[in-house]
Design a protein around this ligand. Structure first.
Ligand code: ADP
Ligand code: 2PG
Length: 453
């Protein structure tokens, strides 16, 4: 079971049973989306047959390949190696640099995240090589989780890794949500947006997906390499326009999108394309599973519990204010739930980067929420990235209570200034409340847990 550690500071943060309860409740959420278990719940083997998503896959007659990428690739691949004992003929597993390398029989590579690097491109080429050698009687298993967009890269002709990297950097800092970021990536990288089946259209495909995307749109997770792509060149162009990036992205990127818009390049594969006839995509777990476990765990500890939303989106500091106000309502008026209560929200907020500081969306959400609960007793809000690494902070999230804001002020910190400089890590390093897990090995959105007693 993955433990969450709370870094204390000069204030009362974490010095009461409420914080212990919050950590245990969130740990139950992480446990429910352990990737190996999620795969074992979804895939079953009986002798020479594999069963998943209501279909049967014969294991004899051809080779079985496994291609896995993403923050949960280690756990997913380990479970599949076990299930397919004696049957795997080859493959590749790619994880973000810095994650603990799993012990597997298949080759394991570490690559750049959130920006693709040379290792990402090498992995992309390795995937192409493996698929080009595949024959029609082969079965290709793909295990995808969030992060894979950066970990496997095959820049389109004329784009090159440096331009793809720069465009990704600009998009990540722009505050664009993942559907916008990936609409652009799908049009600059040949593996994304349904690109994989094009490389080996005659094989059978089973793609297992751990969702880290709000609403579990499978074409968005890891930029949907095995999924039909509903987005078009015109969508990618509009994203750059909307985010003020058309004049800032490299010339080669603008030129490719303009060629696509002018009909000089084929659109990505759409639903109904024959290339998807032999492809099955199955979601093995998502934030919904973690939310259910969080609610169960809270209720078992005597809290009235409810989910506020599983679609939390918006600028992190604004979302933090709203959640802080909801927690205040609970503490002062005991509504909407009777006390003691636990409210949980899952999703993925965004941060438009304007400063030079270090932090992440969960840290900014927590910092901002602290302003709305200051002075209140027996309340807390914990915001956690389920992958264990929030933005550039190196930590998983933050826990705030009614003392956080006043401690900051007593230390001479300027909380609003920290937010304005995107410097939330420095704020929490001073006041305490950082949540640490290391890479959790899973990845299903962020969680904000509100407790009031
Ligand atoms: N200093 C910062 N403060 C707050 N957020 C940041 C900061 N630097 C980067 N980010 C945000 O972190 C996000 C990338 O974080 P990461 O945890 O890798 O995302 P994901 O889990 O979705 O891959 C970017 O969208 C960016 O807006
Ligand atoms: O790989 C990706 O495209 C995204 C979404 O799945 O993941 P992350 O935000 O973790 O990079």
């Amino acid at each position: 079971m993955r433990r969450i550690l709370l870094q204390d500071g000069p204030g009362r943060v974490g010095r009461d049973g409420l914080a212990d309860a919050a950590l245990s409740i969130l740990e139950a959420g992480l446990q429910a989306v352990e990737p190996g278990e999620a795969v074992r719940r979804t895939v079953r083997r009986e002798g020479e047959r594999l069963y998943a998503g209501g279909r049967e896959y014969p294991l004899e007659g051809g080779r079985v390949l496994l291609l896995a990428a993403g923050k949960a690739a280690g756990g997913m691949a380990a479970a599949l190696e076990e299930i397919l004992a004696g049957k795997l003929a080859g493959g590749l597993v790619t994880l973000p640099a810095g994650a603990a390398p799993p012990r597997l029989s298949l080759p394991v590579r570490m690559a750049g995240h959130p920006l693709p690097d040379e290792a990402s491109e090498r992995c992309g080429k390795e995937v192409v090589r493996l698929l080009r050698d595949a024959r029609s009687e082969d079965l290709v298993l793909v295990a995808l989780s969030g992060g894979a967009s950066a970990l496997w890269s095959l820049p389109a002709p004329g784009i090159g890794l440096a331009n793809l990297r720069e465009t990704t950097r600009l998009l990540l800092a722009s505050g664009a949500p993942i559907e916008e970021i990936n609409a652009v990536r799908k049009h600059l990288d040949l593996l994304k947006g349904g690109g994989m089946p094009l490389l080996a259209p005659s094989v059978r495909w089973l793609c297992l997906i751990l969702s880290d995307v709000v609403g579990d749109r499978l074409d968005l997770i890891a930029s949907g390499p095995t999924m039909p792509d509903p987005s078009r060149f015109s969508d990618a162009w509009r994203v750059l326009e909307r985010r003020g990036l058309l004049g800032r992205v490299p010339t080669a990127v603008r030129a490719r999108l303009a060629d696509g818009l002018a009909g000089k390049l084929p659109e990505t594969l759409k639903a109904g394309s024959p290339q998807f006839e032999r492809v099955q995509n199955v979601c093995v777990a998502s934030a919904q599973d973690a939310l259910d476990a969080i609610l169960r765990s809270a209720r078992a500890r005597g809290f009235a519990a409810a989910c506020l939303t599983s679609s939390l989106q918006g600028e992190a500091s604004q979302v933090g204010l709203v959640l802080g106000n909801i927690l205040r309502e609970e503490a002062v008026y005991g509504r909407p739930l009777p006390l003691p209560c636990a409210l949980v929200a899952a999703g993925e907020t965004t941060v438009r980067i304007v400063g030079e500081g270090k932090g992440g969306r969960n840290l900014e959400l927590g910092l901002s929420a602290a302003s709305r609960i200051t002075g209140l007793d027996r309340v807390l809000l914990a915001s956690l990235a389920s992958d264990g690494v929030d933005g550039t902070s190196g930590v998983a999230g933050a826990l705030v209570d009614g003392t956080t804001w006043s401690i900051a002020e007593s230390l001479g910190l300027d909380p609003d200034g920290c937010l304005a400089r995107n410097d939330s890590l420095a704020f929490f390093q001073a006041v305490g409340g950082l949540l640490q897990t290391g890479w959790t090995g899973t990845n299903v959105n962020d969680f904000s847990l509100l407790l009031a007693q």
